[in-house]
Design a protein around this ligand. Structure first.
Ligand code: COA
Ligand code: AMP
Length: 635
C-alpha cells in the first residue's frame, strides 16, 4: 500500500466523523450538519442527523446556481429505437420540476411512496429526480420483473402512485407494460391512488379509468415546483432486492449520507471531475443504475449517458464502442457479463477497431465476479485499466475497489482490490474468530457502516438487525465469503446464502423454489445456480414429483418454467427444470444444494458426513448427464 491511499484509508477508519464531515462540506445543505454520527442505538446509526438538504437540489439546481446550467446533464441513446437526445442541466431541471409539480397535483406528498416501473427512457430518470424534489420516496422496480413481483412491492411499500410507460423494448420483442401493471394492481392488496403512464411514440395504450392518467396531459400545464427541505435521515428511496428468503427486502437509503458518499466516490474511486462524460451501462432498476446512472454523476456535475440497448445485438457487438466514441466517454461502468457477451461475439475486437476511443480512460466492472480471462481480454483490447470492484445493493457504493482518483493500485486478477475508505473489512472464520491473511471466512464490515449505506430495511428494523447485524456482533455480514491476502487485497469467492448472480442480476433461488413448490405435481424441489460462461450463473430446478402424478415429466418441466417466468419474470432466465427421483438430504432433512451444485459444476466435493443416503448423489449425477445439464452449462 503506498502512502497516499494508506493515509486516507486509515484516517477514514480511525477518525470517521472527521473524515465524513470534511466530505460533507462538498455538498449543498440548507442547514449544515453539526452532529456527524449518532451511535447511541447500534446497529442503527445516523449520519449527519441535524443536516437539512435535498437530493434533487444536489443533482441539478446546485450546478445551475454555479453557472453550469448549459452543461449537458443527460445523454439518451437508444439504439433499440434509434432515438437520441441531450438535456442540459437547465432543461433537465425544468422537466423534473414540472413533473414534480404534476406529482403534487396528483396527490403526492413528502414521504409518500411512488413506484417507478419503466424502461430505460429519460422519463424514468425525470420521475426519480421529481420524487426527490418533493421528498417522495421512490421505489424503482426493474422492468424484467413480473406482475407478482411488482405487486409484492406495491404491498410492502404501500405506494400511493405508480409511474409507468406504455412499453419497453427488448431485442426481438416489445414488453407491454400496461397489462403487467394492470395485473399487479389487481394482485396487490394495497390499492394505489393513481397510475401515471408515459406513452412511448407510436405505442399508445388505452387508459381505462380515472385513476389512470397520461404523463403528458398531467405535466404539460403543471407548475414547476422547488426542492423541499429534507432532514438528512429521511428516506430518499427504497430498492427491493432479493434476500435470504423469497420475500424481497426493501433496502432504504437516507438522504444526506447518500449525497455525501456518492459525490465523494466520483472523484476518489472513479477519478471523475465536473464536466466529464460518464457512462454506466446498467438499468435504473438495479442499484448500479440508481447510484451511477442517476445520482452520483449528477451530484458531481458530470454528463451521464442513459443507454437503452444491449452490448450485443443492438445492432452488433460494437454498440459499446460506438457510444464511447460518439460521446467521448471517459469511463464506463458495467457488469462483466456484458464484456463476456461482446467477447463471445467478437473475440478479435473487429468492431472495436472501427471507433475512436482516444478519450476513454478506464473500465469499471462489478455486480458479479469478474473472471481474469475477461479482464485480460478487455485490457488487451482497450489498453486502459480494467477495474473489478465489489459492492452490494445494501451499500450503494463500492466496498472494495482500486481508488483511481486517490492512487492507482496494481491489478491482481481475480481480486476486487482493497477496502475503500470508510469500510473496515474483516474476515471471520466459522469459529467466529478473525481470520489471518489468506484464511477463508465470511466477509464482514465493522460497524458503523459509512454514510450512503442502508440505515435499515423498509418497515423492518428487526429484520435488519437480525439478518445482517446479529451473527457477528459489531459487524455487518455481507453474505459474501472470501479472504484478504497479505497485501490487503480482497478476494470474493462465493455467497453464503441463497443468492445467485445471473448476468449481474441478483436473484434468490429460494424465491424460485417457492414458485416451483406451487406446482400441483411438485412434492419438493431445489434450485441451484450453476456456472455459465456468459451469464456467470444460471438457475436450474430439480423437481421431485408427488406420488401418483400421471402427467409426463416434460409437460411438468415446461409448466414450471412458465410459472417462474410469469411469477418472477424473464430476468430469472429460468430455462431448465428436470424431474428427478429424490433429493439428497442430511439426516435432519436439509437438502444438500451445495453438494449438487458442485457435482453440476464438476467441482471436487467431500461426501457430507450427515448425508442420509450417499447413493442419491450418483443418481443425481446420472440425471444431470441424462438431461444434458453438464453439456449445456459447461460450454
Ligand atoms: N424488461 C423486460 N425484460 C427484460 C429486461 C427488461 N428491462 N431486461 C432483461 N429482460 C429479459 C430479456 O429480454 C430476457 O428475456 P428472454 O428470456 O425472453 O430472452 C431475459 O430477461 C433474461 O435477460 P438477460 O439475462 O439480460 O439475458 P439476455 O440474453 O437478454 O442478455 C446480456 C444477456 C449479457 C447481453 C445482458 O444480460 C446484459 O447486457 N447484461 C449487462 C449487465 C447488466 O446490465 N447488469 C445489470 C446489473 S449491473
Ligand atoms: P447486488 O446487490 O445486485 O449489487 O449484488 C451484490 C452481490 O453481487 C455481492 O454480494 C456479490 O455476491 C456480488 N458481487 C458484486 N460485485 C462483485 C465483484 N466485483 N466480485 C464478486 N462478486 C461481486
Amino acid at each position: 500500500m503506498s502512502d497516499k491511499f494508506k493515509k486516507i484509508y486509515e484516517e477514514s477508519i480511525n477518525n470517521p466523523e472527521k473524515f465524513w464531515q470534511e466530505a460533507s462540506n462538498d455538498i449543498f445543505w440548507f442547514k449544515k450538519p453539526t452532529k456527524i454520527l449518532n451511535k447511541i442505538n447500534p446497529p442503527f446509526y445516523k449520519w449527519f442527523e441535524d443536516g437539512v438538504t435535498n437530493t434533487c437540489y444536489n443533482a441539478l439546481d446546485i450546478h445551475i446556481d454555479n453557472g453550469n446550467g448549459k452543461r449537458t446533464a443527460l445523454i439518451y441513446d437508444s439504439p433499440i429505437t434509434g432515438n437520441k437526445s441531450k438535456l442540459t442541466y437547465e432543461e433537465l431541471r425544468s422537466k423534473v420540476a414540472k413533473f414534480a409539480g404534476a406529482l403534487k397535483e396528483q396527490g403526492a406528498n413528502k414521504g409518500d411512496r411512488i413506484i417507478i416501473y419503466m424502461p430505460m427512457i429519460r422519463e424514468a430518470v425525470i420521475a426519480m429526480l421529481a420524487c426527490a424534489r418533493i421528498g417522495a420516496i421512490h421505489s424503482v422496480v426493474f422492468g424484467g420483473f413480473a406482475s407478482s413481483e411488482l405487486a409484492s412491492r406495491i404491498d410492502d411499500s404501500k405506494a400511493k402512485i405508480l409511474v409507468t410507460a406504455s412499453c419497453g423494448f427488448e431485442p426481438g420483442r416489445t414488453v407491454e407494460y400496461k397489462p403487467l401493471v394492470d395485473e399487479a394492481v389487481k394482485l396487490a392488496s394495497h390499492k394505489i391512488d393513481k397510475m401515471i403512464l408515459f406513452q412511448r411514440i407510436g405505442h399508445d395504450v388505452k387508459l381505462n379509468s380515472p385513476m389512470e392518467v397520461d404523463w403528458e396531459e398531467i405535466t404539460s400545464n403543471a407548475k414547476e415546483v422547488d426542492c423541499v427541505e429534507m432532514s438528512s435521515n429521511e428516506f430518499a428511496y427504497i430498492l427491493y432486492t432479493s434476500g435470504t428468503t423469497g420475500t424481497p427486502k426493501g433496502i432504504v437509503r437516507d438522504v444526506g449520507g447518500h449525497i455525501v458518499a456518492l459525490k465523494w466516490t466520483m472523484k476518489n474511486i472513479y477519478n471523475m471531475d465536473e464536466g466529464d462524460i460518464w457512462w454506466s451501462a446498467s438499468d435504473i432498476g438495479w442499484i448500479v443504475g440508481h447510484s451511477y446512472i442517476v445520482y452520483a454523476p449528477l451530484f458531481k456535475g458530470c454528463t451521464t449517458v442513459l443507454f437503452e440497448g444491449k452490448p450485443v445485438g443492438t445492432p452488433d457487438a460494437g454498440a459499446f464502442w460506438k457510444i464511447i466514441s460518439d460521446y467521448k466517454v471517459k469511463s464506463l461502468f458495467t457488469a462483466p457479463t456484458a464484456f463476456r457477451a461482446i467477447k463471445k461475439e467478437d473475440p478479435e475486437g473487429k468492431f472495436f477497431s472501427k471507433y475512436d476511443l482516444s478519450k476513454f480512460e478506464s473500465l469499471f466492472l462489478a455486480g458479479e465476479r469478474a473472471d481474469p480471462d475477461t479482464i485480460k481480454w478487455a485490457e488487451n483490447l482497450l489498453k486502459v485499466p480494467v477495474i473489478d470492484h465489489w459492492w452490494q445493493t445494501e451499500t450503494s457504493w463500492a466496498i472494495s475497489s482500486n481508488c483511481t482518483g486517490i492512487e492507482m493500485m496494481k491489478t491482481k486478477y481475480g481480486s476486487a482490490c482493497k477496502a475503500v475508505p470508510g469500510y473496515d473489512v474483516k474476515i471471520i472464520k466459522s469459529d467466529k474468530t478473525l481470520a489471518k491473511p489468506n484464511e477463508m471466512g465470511d466477509i464482514v464490515v465493522k460497524l458503523p457502516l459509512p454514510p450512503g449505506t442502508f440505515p435499515t430495511l423498509w418497515n423492518a428494523d428487526e429484520r435488519y438487525a437480525k439478518n445482517y447485524m446479529s451473527n457477528y456482533e459489531g459487524y455487518y455480514q455481507t453474505y459474501d465469503a472470501g479472504h484478504i491476502d497479505d497485501d490487503g487485497y480482497i478476494w470474493i469467492m462465493s455467497r453464503t446464502d441463497d443468492i445467485i448472480n445471473v448476468a449481474g442480476h441478483r436473484l434468490s433461488t429460494g424465491a424460485i423454489e417457492e414458485v416451483l413448490s406451487e406446482h400441483q405435481s411438485v412434492a419438493e424441489c431445489a434450485v441451484l445456480g450453476i456456472a455459465d460462461k456468459l451469464k456467470g450463473q444460471l438457475p436450474i430446478g430439480l423437481l421431485v414429483l408427488k406420488a401418483g402424478v400421471e402427467k409426463d415429466n416434460d409437460t411438468i418441466s415446461k409448466e414450471c418454467i412458465k410459472m417462474v417466468r410469469d411469477k418472477i419474470g424473464p430476468v430469472a432466465a429460468f430455462k431448465v427444470a428436470i424431474v428427478i427421483k429424490r433429493l439428497p438430504k442430511t439426516r435432519s432433512g436439509k437438502i444438500l444444494r451445495g453438494t449438487i451444485r458442485k457435482i453440476a459444476d464438476k467441482e471436487e466435493f467431500k461426501m457430507p458426513p450427515t448425508i442420509d443416503d450417499p447413493a442419491i448423489l450418483d443418481e443425481i449425477k446420472e440425471d444431470l448427464i441424462k438431461n444434458n445439464i453438464l453439456k449445456t452449462f459447461k460450454n
